[in-house]
Design a protein around this ligand. Structure first.
Ligand code: GDL
Length: 455
């Protein structure tokens, strides 16, 4: 039985990242994909729909409400749950009944538009409360549970089948270990939140490389319910230079029995999410041990037609090479690893000993550069715009390395100098952020050390 058919299991997509929310047409396309692939939930919570978070007390104008009504209807037509999130945590006063009324009015408006499932999110907020809030509730968990329970009751009075989701302030293992939200936050929450409320969890980390069965089993005791996974594996809002089109990975299929659902919060650029969504759907629906690489290759094959060009088509192998360069947060794909190793080994050696490796590198570098360059011919312009800045950067680096290797082959003398007319101080790797990034070095163990001074 596909797992989305097991009663109550939520599987799907969270629009919950920072930055520009998706376009309406993209969301409608998402609904068609989800329905075709057996995912059942769309979660509306873009951090920068400012009425979700920054000015959460303000209802939508009629003009703003209309597209939301269309989304709710779209979900209904495709038999998907539409969940609407509010994030009042930046400035809510937990003792203020007016703030609770604001939340109810916001839910009321969404209910009137047809929405039945709601969420209240307390992620990424200050974990300290005002004095009156502290005096009345004692702990942050109690204060938040009070608000969530009131909204949950409100929702259930109107629709007894409604789902209600909650994101805690410590929402991953690392935050809980640091006692974010105060000592015993999760245990209090588990005790005080109504039984029917689902609790989000991102795994051991905000971006979790792995989520194991043992990890969520421990948590289940504390929360007194199965956690609902908010998966940031493919999120890229924290690094504008990257995107992730590798497979859903690092989670065993057995995890499905241990959680209330699996929802992915992916790349900000909607068109780059084909493989993340497709492989999640496969993970959720299929049976047997999970093979991420096989799922990736099969999803890429389906995605290939979207890469139609104005000129001759790119090959499947080219798409695999490109995808491998933007795979997962903790892992490049095999072809990207091979290219990196080849380059690194080459540069570590004396050019007089490069032999055939220099030519091998130059062939691979120009192949990758060409694949990137050919993307300018993409017929699907939205896909090209989503890719373009990142691919520009990759091309730039391949070009520089290729020039350098060519220069070294021509001048193996260690005293020879190699520059590039196209990579000049100021315009290349310039700017304050790049300078600041060079000041501290992140060690593999997670510690920072000051960078050695540049003479
Ligand atoms: C977060 C945010 C999320 C963001 C993600 C990746 C949660 C619960 N909240 O911490 O909105 O997109 O990290 O940067 O994950």
């Amino acid at each position: 039985m596909p797992h989305t058919d097991s009663p109550g299991f939520l599987a799907g997509v969270i629009e919950g990242f920072y930055g520009q929310p998706w376009a309406q047409a993209e969301r409608l396309e998402l609904f068609r994909w989800m329905a075709d692939w057996g995912l059942n939930t769309y979660f509306y919570g873009p951090k920068d729909d400012w009425k979700v978070r920054a000015i959460w007390r303000e209802p939508y104008t009629d003009r703003e409400a209309e597209p939301l009504r269309e989304l709710i209807r779209g979900c209904e037509q495709h038999h998907l749950h539409f969940v609407y999130a509010l994030c009042p945590g930046l400035d809510i006063r937990y003792t203020n009944t007016a703030d609770l009324d604001h939340l109810k009015r916001r839910c009321e408006q969404m209910h009137w538009l047809g929405c039945r499932h709601f969420a209240v999110l307390f992620d990424d907020i200050p974990d300290k409360m005002a004095r009156e809030d502290l005096e009345r509730f004692g702990t942050l968990a109690t204060a938040q549970a009070h608000v969530a329970n009131a909204l949950f009751d409100w929702t259930r009075e109107r629709s007894p089948q409604a789902r209600f989701l909650f994101c805690p302030t410590p929402y991953c293992g690392r935050m809980a270990a640091a006692q974010l939200g105060g000592e015993g936050y999760l245990a209090t929450l588990g005790k005080e939140l109504r039984e029917g409320i689902d609790i989000f969890w991102t795994g051991p980390e905000i971006i979790s490389r792995e989520i194991t069965v043992a990890h969520v089993r421990d948590l289940r005791q504390l929360l007194r319910r199965k956690p609902l996974i908010w998966d940031n594996l493919h999120a890229n809002d924290y690094d504008g230079r990257r995107f992730f089109c590798g497979p859903y990975a690092g989670r065993p299929r057995e995890l499905r029995q241990e959680v209330a659902g699996l929802l992915t919060n992916p790349n900000c650029e909607f068109p780059l999410n084909y493989v993340p969504f497709r492989t999640l759907a496969e993970f959720v629906r299929g049976e047997g041990p999970w093979d991420p690489r096989a799922a990736y290759l099969s999803a890429l094959r389906e995605w290939l037609p979207s890469f139609a060009l104005s000129g001759p088509p790119i090959t499947f192998e080219d798409l695999v090479l490109l995808g491998d360069c933007y795979y997962l947060p903790y892992e490049e794909g095999p072809q990207a690893i091979a290219l990196h190793d080849l380059t690194k080994n080459l540069l570590a050696r004396n050019p007089t000993q490069w032999g055939a490796d220099a030519a091998a590198f130059r062939t691979q570098a120009s192949r990758l550069r060409d694949v990137c360059a050919r993307m300018t011919e993409l017929r699907q312009r939205t896909l090209f715009y989503a890719l373009s800045r990142r691919l520009w950067e990759l091309r730039e680096e391949m070009d520089l390395l290729d020039r350098y290797v060519a220069c070294r082959v021509a001048h193996p003398d260690p005293k020879a100098t190699c520059g590039s007319d196209f990579h000049q101080p100021g315009t290349y790797r310039g700017g304050l952020v790049a300078k600041l990034q060079r000041l501290l070095v992140l060690q593999p163990n997670g510690n920072f050390t000051p960078a050695p001074p540049i003479p």
